[in-house]
Design a protein around this ligand. Structure first.
Ligand code: TYD
Ligand code: MG
Length: 457
């Protein structure tokens, strides 16, 4: 039995200290230290008693040229979006963390994969009963393949079953419910999460079975509080979206086997998650009449161009302090854009309430959305509509200048493909752009005032 030691650990970043401290010296958070019981990790011999298939020999230094790479086969899932996000399928022996807020659809996504993939899958759930999982499986109605359900939280039992069943893929729902039996602290605590994730990592590497672990995200966006999980796993995926809307985005935050630029888009329906291969067409409301306060942006999410509608409502403030509210967009960035418009364009936003909404409940980080937001804000303030076949792509700087954005050509191309007549971009984006191949009219602006002149005068 390993020796028991008590230690204090930060629930935010996982830093440890022998004594309790109020402010974490590593992540500067207050009151995050809790007492934890730690134990030495299970020795290799003991682990090998747990899973038989593991490599027996201790590792020795090997020349790089002698290492065979035949082991990087990838298991393709029926889900094209997931395959792309992973960089071309599931790499054998990889440990993939899929994080997201409770209720976003992580279990649904993983169950759909487990049911659809042409391989033997062990789906371990510490959260739901077998009947609950069966009901969900009936609901998503994917063609059932070789999928086994295990409701268990002890890692050693899970490894025993895994060793008997010899699955091609293991799904763990969720890491916060797992418990390593030789550790005293409760499931979900830092030491349990760290130890169980470490065990799963070694298991995956030594047996070459890929493992997916689901992890709940805390309010501030850190996966399971302990960021330490992100270092242990090979791939970190984040499943996000607004629960009140149907769209969900699967983002790669870290990928040892591919790029982190890819995203997958899904729609949550009554029969489970459906892949959305053509997001632009869904994120623009199909209307013929022009309404004020709405403008469309040609954004790039990951590597895909997507056209997204932004909506603003500017109305006279009833109370002394005007309200600002933004869904899907950073509130501080909105305040900055309003300040720029106030100072450089003389628009009286300080007297008005401002509400901003990005269609579909999708969060956009692409700075190119600034120009569309500015257009929507002025449009609502002046109550003059932006033509519905016009779109925007540009970043707004502090002095009101419209800055160049990355991949302008791709943005124009997508707008052109969807039948837009006009796109506004920064004049600094024009260099090196070949516009002959597009039907769409490309208009350039250098300052927010110019945008106003071009659109509303
Ligand atoms: P779930 O996968 O349980 O979320 P998580 O594992 O991330 O906590 O999904 C929960 C939500 O998804 C739930 O509120 C209901 C909804 N849902 C659908 O809309 N359609 C479906 O077919 C399923 C299975 C779930
Ligand atoms: Mg779940």
């Amino acid at each position: 039995m390993a020796t028991i030691k008590k230690i204090f650990a930060c629930t935010n970043c996982g830093a440890t200290s022998p004594k309790w401290i109020g402010k974490c010296p590593s992540c500067a958070e207050w009151n995050t230290y809790v007492e934890e019981v730690i134990q030495k990790e299970t020795p290799r011999e003991e682990r090998q008693k747990i899973w038989k298939g593991a490599k027996n020999a201790d590792p020795i230094p090997t020349p790089l040229s002698m290492i065979r790479t035949g082991t990087t086969e990838r298991l393709l899932t029926p889900d094209e979006e997931l395959n792309r996000v992973l960089g071309g399928g599931i790499v054998s022996g990889s440990l993939v963390l899929i994080g997201g807020q409770p209720g976003i659809g992580k279990s649904t996504l993983m169950l759909q994969i487990a049911l659809g993939v042409q391989a033997k899958v062990l789906y371990v759930s510490g959260e739901e009963s077998e009947e609950q999982i069966k009901m969900r499986a009936d609901r998503v109605a994917t063609k059932q393949s070789d999928c086994y359900i295990l409701t268990e939280i002890s890692t050693s039992k899970i490894f025993q079953h895994a060793q008997q069943l010899e699955p091609d893929l293991i799904v763990i729902d969720s890491i916060q419910t797992l418990a390593a039996p030789h550790i005293d602290s409760t499931p979900g605590s830092i030491s349990q999460v760290r130890e169980t994730a470490g065990e799963l990592q070694r298991f995956a590497k030594e047996t070459n079975i890929p493992v997916f672990i689901i992890g709940h995200i805390t309010k501030d966006g850190a996966i399971a509080g302990p960021k330490l999980l992100e270092h242990i796993v090979d791939v970190v995926l984040q499943f996000e979206g607004d629960q009140n809307y149907m769209y969900r985005i699967l983002r790669t935050l870290k990928n040892r086997f591919g790029s982190t630029d890819e995203i997958g888009i899904y729609a949550m329906q009554s029969t489970g998650l459906r892949e959305v291969s053509n997001p632009s067409e869904l994120l623009i409301s199909q209307k013929d009449e022009d309404l004020s306060g709405s403008a469309i942006c040609s954004t790039i999410e990951g590597v895909r161009p997507i056209l997204i509608e932004t909506q603003a409502l500017v109305s006279r403030a009833v109370y002394g302090t005007p309200q600002r509210s933004a869904t899907g967009f950073d509130l501080r960035r909105l305040s900055m854009l309003l300040a720029v418009l106030e100072k450089r364009g003389g628009f009286p936003f300080a007297m008005n309430d401002v509400f901003l909404n990005i269609a579909g409940g999708i969060r956009v980080d692409d700075p190119a959305i600034d120009l569309a937001i500015v257009a929507a804000l002025i449009s609502s303030l002046e109550d003059i509509s932006v033509p519905h076949d016009t779109c925007f792509a540009g970043e707004v700087g502090l002095s009101g200048e419209i800055r160049a954005v990355a991949r302008a050509e791709q943005r124009i191309q997508e707008a052109d493909r969807l039948g837009f007549k006009e796109i506004f971009i920064s004049k600094y984006n024009l260099k090196g752009l070949n516009l002959d191949k597009f039907k769409i009219k490309v208009r350039t602006v250098g300052k927010v005032e110019e945008l106003y002149e071009a659109l509303f005068k």
